[in-house]
Design a protein around this ligand. Structure first.
Ligand code: PBG
Length: 327
Protein backbone atom coordinates (compact mmCIF):
# COMPACT_ATOMS: atom_id res chain seq x y z
CA UNK A 1 0.00 0.00 0.00
CA UNK A 2 1.24 3.46 -0.80
CA UNK A 3 1.96 5.91 1.96
CA UNK A 4 -0.72 8.32 0.90
CA UNK A 5 -4.00 8.22 -1.01
CA UNK A 6 -4.18 9.43 -4.62
CA UNK A 7 -7.58 11.11 -4.95
CA UNK A 8 -6.55 12.71 -8.20
CA UNK A 9 -6.80 9.41 -10.12
CA UNK A 10 -10.52 10.02 -10.37
CA UNK A 11 -10.07 13.57 -11.61
CA UNK A 12 -7.62 12.98 -14.42
CA UNK A 13 -9.97 13.67 -17.33
CA UNK A 14 -13.59 14.56 -18.04
CA UNK A 15 -14.53 10.97 -18.82
CA UNK A 16 -13.63 9.69 -15.37
CA UNK A 17 -14.90 12.83 -13.68
CA UNK A 18 -18.30 12.39 -15.25
CA UNK A 19 -18.33 8.66 -14.48
CA UNK A 20 -17.94 9.32 -10.76
CA UNK A 21 -20.03 12.50 -10.56
CA UNK A 22 -22.46 12.21 -7.64
CA UNK A 23 -24.99 14.91 -8.43
CA UNK A 24 -26.50 16.29 -11.61
CA UNK A 25 -28.51 19.33 -12.53
CA UNK A 26 -31.34 18.35 -14.83
CA UNK A 27 -33.85 20.53 -16.57
CA UNK A 28 -36.56 18.20 -15.25
CA UNK A 29 -35.88 19.40 -11.70
CA UNK A 30 -36.46 23.08 -12.39
CA UNK A 31 -39.52 25.23 -11.87
CA UNK A 32 -39.63 28.70 -13.43
CA UNK A 33 -41.53 31.48 -11.60
CA UNK A 34 -43.57 33.89 -13.74
CA UNK A 35 -45.30 37.18 -12.97
CA UNK A 36 -48.57 37.89 -14.73
CA UNK A 37 -49.88 41.42 -14.51
CA UNK A 38 -53.39 42.70 -14.97
CA UNK A 39 -53.60 45.06 -17.94
CA UNK A 40 -52.68 44.94 -21.60
CA UNK A 41 -49.56 45.14 -23.70
CA UNK A 42 -47.20 44.77 -20.76
CA UNK A 43 -43.71 43.34 -21.00
CA UNK A 44 -41.81 45.07 -18.28
CA UNK A 45 -38.43 44.11 -16.94
CA UNK A 46 -38.22 44.04 -13.15
CA UNK A 47 -35.50 46.65 -12.48
CA UNK A 48 -33.91 44.69 -9.64
CA UNK A 49 -34.12 41.39 -11.56
CA UNK A 50 -32.48 41.77 -14.97
CA UNK A 51 -33.87 39.17 -17.36
CA UNK A 52 -37.12 38.72 -15.43
CA UNK A 53 -40.24 40.32 -16.92
CA UNK A 54 -43.79 40.99 -15.88
CA UNK A 55 -46.24 40.15 -18.65
CA UNK A 56 -49.87 40.91 -19.24
CA UNK A 57 -52.00 38.00 -20.43
CA UNK A 58 -52.11 39.18 -24.04
CA UNK A 59 -48.32 38.99 -24.28
CA UNK A 60 -47.68 36.04 -21.99
CA UNK A 61 -47.19 33.79 -25.01
CA UNK A 62 -43.90 35.56 -25.73
CA UNK A 63 -42.56 34.19 -22.48
CA UNK A 64 -44.23 30.80 -22.41
CA UNK A 65 -43.45 29.89 -26.03
CA UNK A 66 -39.81 30.29 -25.08
CA UNK A 67 -40.16 28.42 -21.79
CA UNK A 68 -41.78 25.45 -23.54
CA UNK A 69 -39.35 25.51 -26.42
CA UNK A 70 -36.44 25.43 -23.96
CA UNK A 71 -37.89 22.27 -22.43
CA UNK A 72 -38.90 23.71 -19.06
CA UNK A 73 -41.86 21.65 -17.94
CA UNK A 74 -43.20 23.64 -15.03
CA UNK A 75 -43.99 27.21 -13.99
CA UNK A 76 -44.93 28.80 -10.67
CA UNK A 77 -47.49 31.53 -11.32
CA UNK A 78 -47.73 34.80 -9.41
CA UNK A 79 -50.51 37.26 -10.16
CA UNK A 80 -50.11 41.02 -9.93
CA UNK A 81 -53.60 42.58 -9.74
CA UNK A 82 -54.56 46.19 -10.42
CA UNK A 83 -57.03 46.39 -7.57
CA UNK A 84 -55.99 45.69 -3.99
CA UNK A 85 -58.05 45.86 -0.83
CA UNK A 86 -57.95 44.90 2.85
CA UNK A 87 -58.96 41.29 2.39
CA UNK A 88 -57.36 40.66 -0.98
CA UNK A 89 -60.64 40.14 -2.85
CA UNK A 90 -58.84 39.54 -6.14
CA UNK A 91 -56.95 36.54 -4.73
CA UNK A 92 -59.94 34.22 -4.98
CA UNK A 93 -61.88 36.00 -7.71
CA UNK A 94 -62.95 33.62 -10.47
CA UNK A 95 -61.70 36.06 -13.06
CA UNK A 96 -58.75 37.38 -11.08
CA UNK A 97 -55.48 37.76 -12.92
CA UNK A 98 -53.95 34.57 -11.58
CA UNK A 99 -57.09 32.51 -12.33
CA UNK A 100 -57.21 33.90 -15.89
CA UNK A 101 -53.51 33.21 -16.32
CA UNK A 102 -53.85 29.61 -15.14
CA UNK A 103 -56.85 29.06 -17.44
CA UNK A 104 -54.95 30.51 -20.38
CA UNK A 105 -51.82 28.48 -19.71
CA UNK A 106 -53.69 25.19 -19.39
CA UNK A 107 -55.66 25.89 -22.57
CA UNK A 108 -52.76 27.02 -24.71
CA UNK A 109 -50.02 24.81 -23.26
CA UNK A 110 -51.70 21.61 -22.03
CA UNK A 111 -48.38 19.89 -21.37
CA UNK A 112 -47.09 22.67 -19.12
CA UNK A 113 -47.33 21.82 -15.41
CA UNK A 114 -48.85 24.88 -13.75
CA UNK A 115 -48.22 25.52 -10.06
CA UNK A 116 -50.18 28.29 -8.35
CA UNK A 117 -48.55 30.31 -5.59
CA UNK A 118 -51.29 30.72 -3.03
CA UNK A 119 -50.93 33.81 -0.87
CA UNK A 120 -52.65 37.10 -0.18
CA UNK A 121 -49.76 39.57 -0.10
CA UNK A 122 -49.95 40.47 -3.81
CA UNK A 123 -53.66 41.19 -3.39
CA UNK A 124 -53.96 43.04 -0.08
CA UNK A 125 -53.67 46.82 0.18
CA UNK A 126 -51.47 46.47 3.28
CA UNK A 127 -49.24 43.90 1.58
CA UNK A 128 -49.44 41.34 4.38
CA UNK A 129 -50.10 37.67 3.70
CA UNK A 130 -53.30 37.51 5.71
CA UNK A 131 -56.19 39.40 7.27
CA UNK A 132 -55.02 42.35 9.35
CA UNK A 133 -56.83 43.78 12.36
CA UNK A 134 -55.39 46.52 14.59
CA UNK A 135 -52.00 46.03 13.02
CA UNK A 136 -52.01 42.30 13.71
CA UNK A 137 -51.98 39.55 11.08
CA UNK A 138 -54.72 37.17 12.20
CA UNK A 139 -54.20 33.46 11.77
CA UNK A 140 -57.55 31.70 11.58
CA UNK A 141 -59.49 34.30 9.56
CA UNK A 142 -56.65 34.23 7.03
CA UNK A 143 -57.02 30.47 6.57
CA UNK A 144 -60.47 30.85 5.13
CA UNK A 145 -59.13 33.27 2.50
CA UNK A 146 -56.31 30.86 1.65
CA UNK A 147 -58.74 27.99 1.17
CA UNK A 148 -61.00 29.88 -1.21
CA UNK A 149 -57.96 31.17 -3.10
CA UNK A 150 -56.59 27.65 -3.49
CA UNK A 151 -59.97 26.28 -4.59
CA UNK A 152 -60.42 29.07 -7.16
CA UNK A 153 -56.96 28.33 -8.54
CA UNK A 154 -57.77 24.63 -8.73
CA UNK A 155 -61.03 25.45 -10.54
CA UNK A 156 -59.06 27.50 -13.03
CA UNK A 157 -57.02 24.38 -13.76
CA UNK A 158 -53.90 24.61 -11.57
CA UNK A 159 -52.01 21.32 -11.43
CA UNK A 160 -50.57 22.03 -8.00
CA UNK A 161 -51.17 24.43 -5.13
CA UNK A 162 -48.22 26.08 -3.38
CA UNK A 163 -49.40 27.93 -0.28
CA UNK A 164 -46.84 30.44 0.98
CA UNK A 165 -48.46 32.61 3.63
CA UNK A 166 -47.08 30.80 6.70
CA UNK A 167 -50.27 30.83 8.75
CA UNK A 168 -50.50 27.89 11.13
CA UNK A 169 -52.77 25.19 9.78
CA UNK A 170 -52.77 26.34 6.15
CA UNK A 171 -51.95 22.91 4.78
CA UNK A 172 -54.66 21.26 6.87
CA UNK A 173 -57.25 23.85 5.86
CA UNK A 174 -56.35 23.86 2.17
CA UNK A 175 -56.23 20.06 1.93
CA UNK A 176 -59.69 19.87 3.45
CA UNK A 177 -61.00 22.63 1.19
CA UNK A 178 -59.58 21.06 -1.96
CA UNK A 179 -60.94 17.63 -1.04
CA UNK A 180 -64.41 19.00 -0.34
CA UNK A 181 -64.40 20.77 -3.69
CA UNK A 182 -63.48 17.53 -5.46
CA UNK A 183 -59.79 18.27 -5.98
CA UNK A 184 -58.36 15.42 -3.95
CA UNK A 185 -55.89 14.69 -6.76
CA UNK A 186 -54.23 18.09 -6.60
CA UNK A 187 -51.00 18.02 -4.60
CA UNK A 188 -49.95 20.67 -2.10
CA UNK A 189 -46.39 21.93 -2.30
CA UNK A 190 -46.11 23.71 1.00
CA UNK A 191 -43.76 26.57 1.71
CA UNK A 192 -43.15 24.58 4.88
CA UNK A 193 -39.98 26.31 5.99
CA UNK A 194 -40.01 29.95 5.04
CA UNK A 195 -37.78 32.45 6.75
CA UNK A 196 -38.38 36.18 7.24
CA UNK A 197 -35.65 37.04 4.79
CA UNK A 198 -34.03 40.08 3.25
CA UNK A 199 -33.46 37.94 0.16
CA UNK A 200 -37.08 38.51 -0.95
CA UNK A 201 -36.49 42.21 -1.64
CA UNK A 202 -36.45 42.13 -5.45
CA UNK A 203 -39.47 39.80 -5.57
CA UNK A 204 -41.53 42.41 -3.81
CA UNK A 205 -40.74 44.79 -6.68
CA UNK A 206 -41.84 42.13 -9.11
CA UNK A 207 -45.05 41.18 -7.29
CA UNK A 208 -45.80 44.57 -5.75
CA UNK A 209 -46.12 42.92 -2.35
CA UNK A 210 -44.03 44.96 0.08
CA UNK A 211 -45.83 45.28 3.43
CA UNK A 212 -47.10 48.83 4.03
CA UNK A 213 -46.24 48.63 7.70
CA UNK A 214 -44.15 46.34 9.85
CA UNK A 215 -42.61 43.16 8.51
CA UNK A 216 -43.41 39.46 8.24
CA UNK A 217 -41.56 38.30 11.35
CA UNK A 218 -44.72 37.33 13.23
CA UNK A 219 -45.44 34.63 10.66
CA UNK A 220 -42.22 33.88 8.75
CA UNK A 221 -39.36 32.20 10.61
CA UNK A 222 -36.38 33.66 12.40
CA UNK A 223 -33.24 33.03 10.30
CA UNK A 224 -31.42 32.04 13.49
CA UNK A 225 -33.54 28.91 13.98
CA UNK A 226 -32.98 25.42 12.61
CA UNK A 227 -34.80 23.11 15.06
CA UNK A 228 -37.91 25.20 14.57
CA UNK A 229 -37.72 24.37 10.86
CA UNK A 230 -38.14 20.71 11.77
CA UNK A 231 -41.30 21.53 13.71
CA UNK A 232 -42.66 23.57 10.80
CA UNK A 233 -41.95 20.76 8.34
CA UNK A 234 -43.35 18.09 10.70
CA UNK A 235 -46.66 19.89 11.05
CA UNK A 236 -47.04 20.29 7.31
CA UNK A 237 -46.27 16.61 6.77
CA UNK A 238 -48.89 15.71 9.39
CA UNK A 239 -51.42 18.06 7.78
CA UNK A 240 -51.02 16.39 4.41
CA UNK A 241 -48.39 18.28 2.42
CA UNK A 242 -47.08 16.40 -0.62
CA UNK A 243 -43.84 18.35 -1.11
CA UNK A 244 -41.85 20.60 1.23
CA UNK A 245 -40.26 23.88 0.20
CA UNK A 246 -37.29 25.41 1.99
CA UNK A 247 -36.91 29.11 1.31
CA UNK A 248 -34.62 30.96 0.74
CA UNK A 249 -32.18 28.44 -0.70
CA UNK A 250 -28.50 29.22 -0.76
CA UNK A 251 -28.10 30.65 2.72
CA UNK A 252 -30.22 27.77 4.06
CA UNK A 253 -28.63 24.67 2.55
CA UNK A 254 -28.17 23.26 6.05
CA UNK A 255 -31.95 23.35 6.39
CA UNK A 256 -32.43 21.68 3.00
CA UNK A 257 -30.14 18.89 4.18
CA UNK A 258 -31.89 18.50 7.54
CA UNK A 259 -35.35 18.39 5.96
CA UNK A 260 -34.05 15.85 3.43
CA UNK A 261 -32.74 13.59 6.21
CA UNK A 262 -35.71 13.89 8.53
CA UNK A 263 -38.58 13.54 6.04
CA UNK A 264 -39.27 11.37 3.04
CA UNK A 265 -41.33 13.83 1.01
CA UNK A 266 -39.77 15.51 -2.02
CA UNK A 267 -37.77 18.54 -0.92
CA UNK A 268 -37.88 21.73 -2.97
CA UNK A 269 -35.32 24.53 -2.67
CA UNK A 270 -36.47 28.03 -3.60
CA UNK A 271 -33.55 29.95 -5.09
CA UNK A 272 -35.14 33.32 -4.34
CA UNK A 273 -35.11 36.72 -5.98
CA UNK A 274 -32.30 38.28 -3.93
CA UNK A 275 -30.02 35.34 -4.68
CA UNK A 276 -30.77 35.80 -8.39
CA UNK A 277 -30.24 39.55 -8.33
CA UNK A 278 -26.87 39.33 -6.59
CA UNK A 279 -25.56 36.93 -9.20
CA UNK A 280 -26.97 38.99 -12.08
CA UNK A 281 -25.55 42.23 -10.74
CA UNK A 282 -22.09 40.79 -10.28
CA UNK A 283 -22.23 39.08 -13.68
CA UNK A 284 -23.34 42.27 -15.44
CA UNK A 285 -20.33 43.99 -13.90
CA UNK A 286 -18.08 41.29 -15.25
CA UNK A 287 -17.03 40.35 -11.73
CA UNK A 288 -18.02 36.68 -11.86
CA UNK A 289 -18.55 33.96 -14.43
CA UNK A 290 -22.34 33.77 -14.39
CA UNK A 291 -22.73 30.31 -15.85
CA UNK A 292 -20.17 28.78 -13.50
CA UNK A 293 -21.66 30.42 -10.43
CA UNK A 294 -25.23 29.48 -11.33
CA UNK A 295 -24.45 25.86 -12.20
CA UNK A 296 -22.35 25.48 -9.04
CA UNK A 297 -25.22 26.87 -6.98
CA UNK A 298 -27.65 24.47 -8.63
CA UNK A 299 -25.53 21.40 -8.02
CA UNK A 300 -25.12 22.58 -4.42
CA UNK A 301 -28.90 22.44 -4.03
CA UNK A 302 -28.84 18.89 -5.36
CA UNK A 303 -25.92 17.92 -3.11
CA UNK A 304 -27.78 19.34 -0.10
CA UNK A 305 -30.64 17.01 -0.98
CA UNK A 306 -33.13 19.03 -2.99
CA UNK A 307 -35.23 17.08 -5.49
CA UNK A 308 -36.53 20.20 -7.19
CA UNK A 309 -35.33 23.78 -7.54
CA UNK A 310 -37.49 26.84 -8.11
CA UNK A 311 -35.25 29.33 -9.87
CA UNK A 312 -35.34 32.49 -11.98
CA UNK A 313 -32.19 31.17 -13.71
CA UNK A 314 -34.17 28.30 -15.27
CA UNK A 315 -34.19 29.67 -18.83
CA UNK A 316 -30.46 30.40 -18.77
CA UNK A 317 -29.76 26.94 -17.36
CA UNK A 318 -31.90 25.34 -20.07
CA UNK A 319 -29.82 27.14 -22.72
CA UNK A 320 -26.54 26.10 -21.14
CA UNK A 321 -27.61 22.48 -20.77
CA UNK A 322 -28.76 22.40 -24.39
CA UNK A 323 -25.42 23.69 -25.58
CA UNK A 324 -23.53 21.15 -23.47
CA UNK A 325 -25.60 18.30 -24.96
CA UNK A 326 -24.87 19.39 -28.52
CA UNK A 327 -21.14 19.51 -28.01
C1 PBG B 1 -45.50 35.36 -1.18
C2 PBG B 1 -44.15 35.00 -1.67
C3 PBG B 1 -42.93 35.69 -1.51
C4 PBG B 1 -41.99 34.98 -2.25
C5 PBG B 1 -42.64 33.88 -2.80
N1 PBG B 1 -43.97 33.90 -2.41
C6 PBG B 1 -42.60 36.96 -0.85
C7 PBG B 1 -42.63 37.11 0.60
O1 PBG B 1 -42.90 36.19 1.37
O2 PBG B 1 -42.40 38.25 1.02
C8 PBG B 1 -40.54 35.36 -2.43
C9 PBG B 1 -39.89 34.80 -3.64
C10 PBG B 1 -38.60 35.41 -4.01
O3 PBG B 1 -38.02 36.24 -3.30
O4 PBG B 1 -38.12 35.02 -5.07
N2 PBG B 1 -45.70 35.29 0.17
Amino acid sequence: MSAFIRHRRLRINEQIRSLVRENHVQLEDLVYPIFVMEGTDIRKEVPSMPGVFQYSLDRLHEEIDEVVQLGISSVLVFGVPLHKDERGSQADHNHGIVQEAIRYLKQQYPSLYVIADTCLCEYTSHGHCGIVENGEVLNDPSLERMVSTAVSQARAGADMIAPSNMMDGFVYAIRKGLDEAGFEQIPIMSYAVKYASGFYGPFRDAAHSTPEFGDRRSYQMDPANAREAMREAASDVAEGADLLIVKPGLAYLDIVRRVRERFDLPVVAYNVSGEYSMVKAAALNGWIDEKKIVMESMVSFKRAGADMIITYHAKDIARWLKKANHR
